[in-house]
Design a protein around this ligand. Structure first.
Ligand code: PEP
Length: 242
């Protein structure tokens, strides 16, 4: 899977223009996912129906409905044709008070409503320097998955995104990314056994058309979550064709 996180970019009309370009890409065996802003999903969905481009959102609330001003629920995303939802991105954890607890609630809410969560986990620079990367990401993973059943686990995607690598141009080495993702898979295996092999674990953090092929060669890395390289169709295409 190669998923593009568009963050707070592209108005609905700009979304349509970019998707027209992206639709022309032949993804081959790669599952291609695009995650525009919530307000642009309405414009994106009809354009992607029946194509090989899958639609994702960048957030969802964890309640079915009610007095939660400014939020969107999973049933509405599902009705629009959304398939995936990015959860717990470090920008949401940093700026919008997302916690392991809310990420867990949102994960369960997505699965209950037939949406597939892309759960982001990752260590800060100081946690990396203190040598506690695996502890941090495994804890985040287990917290996010609390209450997820064995039948649901294969619908979950994890994105390992070291915070210090997001939008900085600094990428984890392919070997380090592979080792951390391997630790995450072991943590999933402790709870879900062999089903851990069905969970796709992506790498994200300054992944681009230049380093994608080395990262994707690693046995544990099942895909990429792409920020910076997602808004230019030709660059995204090069990542898809890593
Ligand atoms: C992201 O925001 O999920 C991300 C990976 O960003 P970038 O590729 O720009 O580091």
């Amino acid at each position: 899977m190669i998923a593009g996180n568009w963050k707070m970019n592209k108005t609905p009309s700009e979304t349509v223009a970019l998707l027209k370009e992206l639709k022309a890409i032949n993804p081959g065996k790669v599952e291609m996912v695009v995650c525009p802003m919530t307000v642009s999903l309405f414009a994106a969905a009809p354009l992607l129906k029946g194509t090989e481009v899958h639609l994702g959102a960048q957030n969802v609330h964890f309640e079915d409905k009610g007095a939660f001003t400014g939020e969107a629920n999973a049933a509405s995303l599902k009705e629009l044709g959304v398939e995936y939802v990015i959860l717990g991105h470090s920008e949401r954890r940093q700026y919008f008070g997302e916690t392991d607890e809310t990420v867990n609630k949102k994960t369960l809410h997505c699965l209950k409503n037939g949406l597939k969560p892309i759960v982001c986990v990752g260590e800060s620079l100081s946690e990396k320097q203190r040598g506690i990367t695996n502890e941090v990401v495994c804890l985040q993973t287990k917290a996010a998955l609390s209450g997820v059943s064995g039948a649901q686990i294969s619908d979950v995607v994890i994105a390992y995104e070291p915070i210090w690598a997001i939008g900085t141009g600094m990428t984890a080495t392919a070997q380090d990314a592979n080792a951390t993702i391997s630790a995450i898979r072991r943590a999933i295996r402790e709870v879900y056994g062999d089903a851990a092999e069905q969970v796709r674990i992506l790498y994200g953090g300054s992944m681009n058309e230049k380093n994608a092929s080395e990262l994707m060669r690693q046995p544990e890395i099942d895909g990429g979550l792409i920020g910076g390289a997602r808004l230019v169709a030709s660059k995204f295409e090069q990542v898809i064709h890593y």
